[in-house]
Design a protein around this ligand. Structure first.
Ligand code: C5P
Length: 223
């Protein structure tokens, strides 16, 4: 098995309240992208980062200690377009691909290892997830329509692992849904997606409170 990691990092810092692209926001000594690449690099044979158009050089500079081992390519308007763009740059010998949000910068090694183990056992699509802690309700016009069965729901994280040809096939029919993850594209093909254990430290840095938690994790050290 030869593994590549695609790190979509082309999102904006808007919800985080930053003018900078989110991946360049500093946590401790380094930016979010640096932490994400540092967590991924020892698990794979190749790393490709999708950067916002026009920011490729700043991104390369922010992870310069990992370049040229890490390739920075131009991302797209939505996440799935960024992943599709990075997929075109994967080396010929790569057999499996992990897609990992830069924003989940502190994902512990245990999550990578769970996903990679499942791939090595012959699973073609693998996602890490955690149980729901909140009650989930479907609402419309500020009225509750229904209450979902919490035990049947999970919170999905990354890295999501795929057999390379399956991920390439899934991205041939790209989605216009900005929230679609790679597993969703695979589900659309009617293929099985396996679930392994995620970790609370694989949280996605999205809103300002997440930066408080991210700084705590940096001070404590990666799990
Ligand atoms: O916006 P959100 O945090 O959900 O995005 C998840 C990941 O996808 C982030 O790491 C973000 O940088 C990346 N992304 C991307 N291209 C986009 C939008 C988001 O690579 N156009």
């Amino acid at each position: 098995m030869k593994l590549a990691a695609i790190i979509p990092a082309a999102g904006s810092g808007e919800r985080l309240g930053h003018a900078l692209p989110k991946a360049l926001v500093q946590v401790g000594q380094h930016c979010i992208l640096y932490h994400a690449v540092a967590g991924a690099i020892s698990h794979v044979d190749q790393v490709i980062v999708a950067a916002p158009s026009g920011s490729e050089h700043i991104f390369e500079h922010s992870i310069k200690e990992f370049v040229p081992a890490v390739k920075v390519v131009t991302g797209g308007e939505i996440r799935s377009a960024s992943v599709a763009s990075a997929l075109k740059h994967i080396d010929k010998e790569i057999t499996h691909v992990l897609v990992h949000d830069a924003a989940r910068a502190f994902t512990p090694a245990s999550v990578y290892l769970e996903v990679i183990h499942a791939l090595s056992q012959g699973k073609d699509a693998v996602i890490p997830a955690l149980p729901m802690v909140d009650t989930i309700k479907r609402v419309k016009d500020q009225l509750v329509l229904s209450t979902e069965e919490r035990a049947a729901l999970v919170r999905v994280q990354t890295p999501q692992g795929f057999k390379r040809d399956l991920l390439e096939r899934a991205h041939e029919k790209s989605s216009s849904d900005p929230n679609a993850d790679d597993a969703f594209l695979v589900e659309q093909l009617g293929e099985r997606v396996h679930v392994v254990m995620g970790h609370e430290d694989a949280f996605k840095i999205t809103v300002p409170n997440d930066l408080v938690l991210a700084n705590l994790v940096v001070n404590r050290g990666r799990s």
